[in-house]
Design a protein around this ligand. Structure first.
Ligand code: CP
Length: 321
């Protein structure tokens, strides 16, 4: 249904995206049971291959695989033979020799998951858990699932939903994955950033662009704040953190510009006091903690669909909730 690998949201059709979101809803019902485990992937091996730091993505993929009864190996480049110079190819061949059915990869190099999927080193599925500044498809899927819970249209998509994404678009794989997926689901996306934090070629992305955060807020259904990725910044992209926060941060005053039912998202980790104030992050309008919960269910759905669990009934029967 969704193919063998999940490398980008740009590759997903609307039908495939909705199938993942609908499966997530089914699995969320399982996660609400007292016994949360399904036997679907018993005997299958899932490898978390993380060359960059992660809290949410790594832990939620691990929990998702365990909830589906897979055996899980978590590999961090730190403390592995990568620090002795071992290549991606030799690392991949080692995992293949151990019988990995799926490899979930986060890598600092844009395109690393494509290399893994297409070079023939790995026989199983490859899932992109964030590659450089390129894509983070499961983050966009969990964001779309969260938005759908709050803004759902009748078609199962997000037709006409107005989503504003603010911040460091240049270094953000989350922004790119969200723009493509939200466009596929029918939403209208506006990116807001200083000109220095927009990538070359932004005019070809399926979204509007603004340099003024306050302009699109009054009509927004949701605003997604992006982390300022200081670790990817070699030069100076804005005068100071204070200046960035003043011009592009979401604080309590700007929150009041949003419609009263609009929600605030952030993929995490947050720079509190920079792109988002603590008051906004902790406000009832923020769905940031819910995004984390939804991330487990979305990643269960992706593993379930990619590893061929779709022939097993996951529907919740009466008395099992
Ligand atoms: N949103 C996200 O990718 O968070 P982590 O870096 O903690 O995985």
């Amino acid at each position: 249904m969704i193919g063998k690998h999940l490398l980008s949201t740009e590759d997903l059709s609307q039908q495939q995206a909705i199938a993942i979101l609908d499966t997530t809803a089914e699995l969320a019902a399982v996660s609400d049971r007292s016994v949360k485990k399904l036997p679907t992937l018993r005997g299958r091996t899932v490898v978390n291959l993380f060359f960059e730091d992660s809290t949410r993505t790594r832990l939620s993929f691990e929990l998702a695989a365990k909830r589906l009864s897979a055996d899980v190996i978590t590999f961090s480049a730190k403390g592995s033979s990568v620090s002795k110079g071992e290549s991606l190819k030799d690392t991949a061949l080692t995992l293949e020799a151990m019988g990995a059915d799926a490899v979930i990869i986060r890598h600092g190099a844009s395109g690393a998951p494509y290399r893994l999927a297409n070079a023939g080193w790995i026989g199983g599925s490859v899932i992109n858990a964030g590659d450089g500044t390129h894509e983070h498809p499961t983050q966009a899927l969990l964001d779309a699932y969260t938005l759908r819970r709050h803004l759902r249209d009748g078609s199962g998509g997000l037709a006409g939903a107005r989503v504003v994404i603010v911040g460091d678009v240049l270094h953000s794989r989350v922004a790119r994955s969200n723009v493509h997926l939200l466009h596929t689901l029918g939403a209208d996306v506006t990116l807001v950033a200083p000109p220095t934090l927009l990538p070359v070629g932004i005019e070809s992305w399926p979204c509007a662009v603004s340099y003024d955060i306050e302009d699109p807020l009054p009509l927004a259904d949701a605003v997604m704040m992006l982390r300022v990725q200081a670790e990817r910044m070699a030069g100076s992209y804005f005068p100071s953190a204070l200046e960035y926060s003043r011009l592009y941060g979401l604080d309590a005053r700007r929150l009041k510009l949003l419609p009263s039912d609009a929600v605030v998202l952030h993929p995490g980790p947050m720079n509190r006091g920079m792109e988002i104030s603590a008051e906004v992050a902790d406000s009832p309008r923020a769905v940031i903690v819910e995004q984390v919960t939804n991330g487990v269910n979305v990643r269960m759905a992706v593993l379930y669909l990619l590893l061929g669990g779709a022939d097993i009934d996951i529907s919740v029967r009466d008395g099992e909730r």
